[in-house]
Structures are given as C-alpha cells and as structure tokens.
Design a protein around this ligand. Sequence first.
Ligand code: SAH
Length: 350
Amino acid sequence: MKSIFGMTLEEMQAEFSAQNLEKYRAKQVAEWLYKKFAKSFSDMTNLPKDLRAALGAKYRIEKPTLRTRLDSADGRTSKFLLVFPDGASVESVLMRQPYGNSICISTQAGCNMGCAFCASTLHGLARNLTAGEMLAEVLFIEEMLSKEGEKVDTMVLMGSGEPLMNYDNVVCFLRLLHEKYVLNMGYRNITLSTSGIVPAIDDLAEEGMPITLSISLHAPREELRTDLMPINRKYPLADVVAAGRRYAEKTGRRVTYEYILIRDLNDGEREARELAKLLKGQTASVNLIPVNPVPERGFERPTDESVASFCSILAHQRITATVRREMGSDIQAACGQLRSRHMSAEEKLQ
Ligand code: SAH
C-alpha cells in the first residue's frame, strides 16, 4: 500500500487520473487530509462509499500516535512524544508565545551529528522523516489548537535531527506547508536551524523560499568548535560563516547564529571578542542560549554575569544579540531529552 499523507495535490491528481477517477476527488481528499484532520478514508463523508473503500484498499494514511505529553508548570509549553507506525519516535513542542503559537518540529528520528552537548544524538540516527511525517507533527498540534479556536503561527525546525541531512524531504515538507490547501504558512514564519552543512546551505539559497536560516555556531574558533561539534571537521567554521554570508546576500534574509553558552568553556570575554570579529559586517544576529544541561553530557550553565558580559561585548561591536528566553526547561524541552529518556527506560527493560 502506498502512503498518501504527504502527497501534494498535484501528485494526488496524477495518481487519481491514472486510475480514471475524477480530478476533483483529489482536491476533496487533500482537504480531508490537510484541513479536516481525517484519520481514515471512512471519515471522508462526501466521497461515495465505494470510492472510500477503493482508496482505503490502495493507500495508507500514516499518522503518529501520542505516546507522552508533558506540560510546563505555566501551561505555555507542551511537549509531545509521537510514535510512527514503525516504532520511530520524535518530539514536537508547542510554545504559546506573546506573538503567537510557535512550534518546534523534528526532522529526523534521532541524529548522528554527535554534538557534545545535545541529547538528540545520544542514541544515533534511527532514520529520516518523510515530508508527510513532518507534516503530521504539525497537523497533530494544529488539530489540538483548532479545538481552542487557535492555530499554529510560526515554526522552527529545531527539534531532533539535522534538517539539511534530510534535504529533499524537508524542502518538500516546507513547500507543502506553504500551500493554500494545507496551512498556507508564510515562509517568513519558518526558521530552519542547521549545524552548518555548507553545500546544502548554498542549495537552500537557490530554492526561492525566503525562510530564516539559523546556524548553530557555538564556538568562535575551529578547534573549540570541533570539540563541541564533530561536523566542524567536514565543514569548518570559516566555511560555514562564509556560507551564511552567501545565504544572506542571495535571499536578502538576515541569518541568525545560535551560540550555546557553556560555563568556562565558551562563555568568556575572549570568545565574545572572537565571535564579534568573525561576524563583523554580516547581516546577522546572534542568539545566545544558556546551555540546557543534559545529565549525560555534564556541561554547566553560565552565570548570569557571564551571559550579560558576553552580550554587552557583542553589542559594543555592533552585533545584535539576544538571549533566548527559556521555555519548558521543567519539562525536558531541550532537544531529544524526552525521547532519550523513553529509550533509556525501554532499554532497561530489555
Ligand atoms: N541540527 C540542527 C537543528 C536541531 S538542534 C542544528 O544543529 O541547528 C536545535 C538547536 O538546539 C541547535 O542550536 C542546538 O545546538 C541546540 N541545542 C542542542 N542541545 C542543546 C542543549 N542541551 N542546550 C541548549 N541548546 C541545545
């Protein structure tokens, strides 16, 4: 059976016309799948019964089920552990921000980038997610919000996985999300975060999708970045920043650099000055993130003073910097922490 959830309208039309079905049926099915949250063909009550049965015999509608849900004490952040039919699990997060509902979506089940501070990579990469599976994460939250008369407003691809290592599926997913018959989400409301896959950054700049690019830097020197992010061996810091510069020039969009602050490791005056020098003259801003300590990783949060001093050194060098507001640290909202905890529990059972 073929999976239909995640097909574009054009793909469905091609499928249906190959089976001598009327073209407008594809539009009806797309509407049921992407606007009305149908779980099976039997939900599609404006299709003739025999057509529903025929489609049900030919196509699967693959949706994840909710395994665990955690809500922060203030009720503004909710984290969902979703499981796909083959057992692959991913985390998705809803953050109710003053400017709207923002969601954080995973692009891979697990991750193999090996970043030293991150929980997502602890168990390696299980597999890439398909465009339909990423869309299913979004629609799971959209359906929940629709019951409160709300909707998803903005999205960040900052959950588990390296989006640019799953390039084709991610680009298909973003195009789908932008379609009128899906969420009609503006590209400007989408941010993609990458550990710096240089050739894919250049490809992305050519896609004609004005999404915001966020690059995880975390260190202003090659050897320090290699210690934290092994991908730096393949795509060194200098090349990553040059690719960020090209992306900004090509798309006219400001690039954001993420910089995790880890106590006594990369949060000193020296690093702040080096970072400012590295980014000088670029249409860029820096997002400082006090590290969310993951027990398995053993890094400590910076002091408030070092965060403030890091920020002010950047400001003096005319680099726009913001400190990320923490949401949901009480519910293990750092990348991959919930999934990792569940996997450890399961492994212990074996
Ligand atoms: N692979 C992509 C996107 C997923 S990670 C990337 O590397 O950008 C999203 C962001 O969360 C990255 O900036 C990542 O470095 C950060 N992150 C991972 N673990 C973290 C932790 N323990 N504390 C704070 N930020 C973390």
